[in-house]
Design a protein around this ligand. Structure first.
Ligand SMILES: [Zn+2]
Ligand SMILES: [Zn+2]
Length: 399
């Protein structure tokens, strides 16, 4: 559905509610409009005519309540939680739930408390995009305390404590664990998760990220984990984004190793969510990625600026806004994550080189490598370390 139509439908609903409520309350009470009443300005047509209504505080509260009720009856809700420098989202589709990543270890307790408080006792899916701590950190606690039908995760073993605890919990609770393949579909409350990528063999952990498209009728939300441009290219080679994508959860917290212009243009999302910690030391999201986003016709939501991002839909219309929910266990929104630490090495151990001020990394004998001064040189033992540090492959030496 086109954006203009959606906006018009919302405006019509809003106006109808406003007229009904104002009319009802005026006919049942003799309250005069207070002198400091809030005014609501609404764009009522395509030619930007603004009409202004003056309502009392009570009327405004009633309007907000009615709007909330209208949208809480909707079939689908998604929360992109503010978990600081990490990812965690919750999908409700009718009466079924999927938890999409689990934040850092310290966020697990807050995520669990949130599920308990909202009487969510069962998850149809626990999706763990890839085994980095900022995505699976809270997962073991969730598995140990919430009934889970199926866990979707890449078939990738890592030797971290966090991962071992998760595997123990999954085995202990006998949770069915599936490593999906591209094109697989998983039903969720009348909607579905369609898998666009899961590259178990990839040596770069971020590239093993499961990319999953949640679809409910015409409403589409793309979950990307920390998938890299290599995976974005794999997806573009077989999948056509011919339906409108309403929301894209931007890959890898806005890192340069993901989010190529070609991919962003192909997905062409109406809204983008970046899950990222306030003032994080990695400088994420990268300025270059923000400038790419600014070239698209899209609205940007950032958890570091507005906390949790909430979207609700009936399958054709949707509404999106910030919610004041923070599930960031470390409190600073700036947790150190495994995948984003800069792991460099000495010159003697180096196989690759990058410049502090550059964007590419190179083989040591690349002609560009020779131009990097000793003061600005950063050395890497492996290609993965260079990519995790935010550098892209040089097109000349193809490291
Ligand atoms: Zn990662
Ligand atoms: Zn991450």
């Amino acid at each position: 559905m086109k954006r203009r139509r959606k906006i018009i439908i919302f405006t019509v609903i809003f106006l109808l509610l406003l007229v009904c409520i104002v009319y009802a309350s005026r006919s049942t009470s003799n309250n005069d409009v207070a002198p400091n009443s809030p005014a609501i300005a609404i764009d009522t047509s395509d030619d930007n005519t603004i009409e202004t209504f003056t309502v009392t505080e009570d009327e405004l509260a009633e309007i907000n309540e009615s709007l909330d009720e209208t949208f809480s009856d909707m079939d689908t809700e998604i929360y992109f939680f503010d978990v600081g420098m990490a990812d965690c989202a919750l999908i409700r589709c009718n009466d079924e739930y999927a938890l999409m990543d689990c934040g850092n270890t310290a966020d697990g307790k807050l995520i669990l408390d949130y599920l308990n408080k909202n009487n969510i006792t069962k998850l149809k899916y626990l999706y763990l995009s890839h085994p980095h701590e900022d995505h699976i950190g809270g997962a073991a606690l969730i598995v140990n305390n919430i009934e889970i039908e199926t866990c979707l995760m890449p078939d990738k073993v890592v030797t971290t404590n966090v991962f071992e605890k998760l595997v123990d919990a999954l085995l202990d609770k006998n949770v069915e664990t599936i490593s999906p393949k591209a094109n697989d579909e998983f039903a969720l409350g009348g909607g579905k998760l369609k898998i666009l990528a899961c590259d178990n063999e990839n040596k770069e952990l971020n590239s093993t990220s499961i990319v999953a498209l949640f679809t409910y009728d015409e409403f589409d939300v793309l979950f990307t984990g920390d998938a890299t441009t290599e995976i974005e290219n794999q997806i573009l080679s077989w999948y056509d984004f011919d339906d409108d994508i309403e929301v894209l959860k931007l890959a890898h917290h806005g890192s340069k190793t993901s989010n190529s212009m070609k991919y962003l243009e192909a997905v062409n999302p109406e809204n983008i969510v970046i899950s990222v910690g306030r003032g994080n030391s990695y400088g994420l999201p990268k300025a270059e990625i923000i400038s790419r986003i600014n070239k698209l016709d899209t609205e940007l939501y950032r958890t570091d600026e507005g906390n949790t991002v909430y979207v609700t839909s009936d399958g054709s219309m949707y509404m999106m806004q910030y919610e004041d929910i923070i599930l960031d266990g470390d409190g600073d929104g700036n947790n150190v994550t495994d995948d984003l630490q800069l792991v460099s090495c000495s010159k003697e151990e180096a196989n690759f080189i990058a410049s502090e001020t550059g964007e590419k990394y190179h083989k040591l004998d690349c002609s560009y490598a020779k131009k990097i001064s000793e003061e600005k040189a950063i050395y890497f033992a492996t290609s993965e370390d260079a990519m995790n540090g935010g550098f892209e492959k040089c097109k000349t030496c193809n490291p």
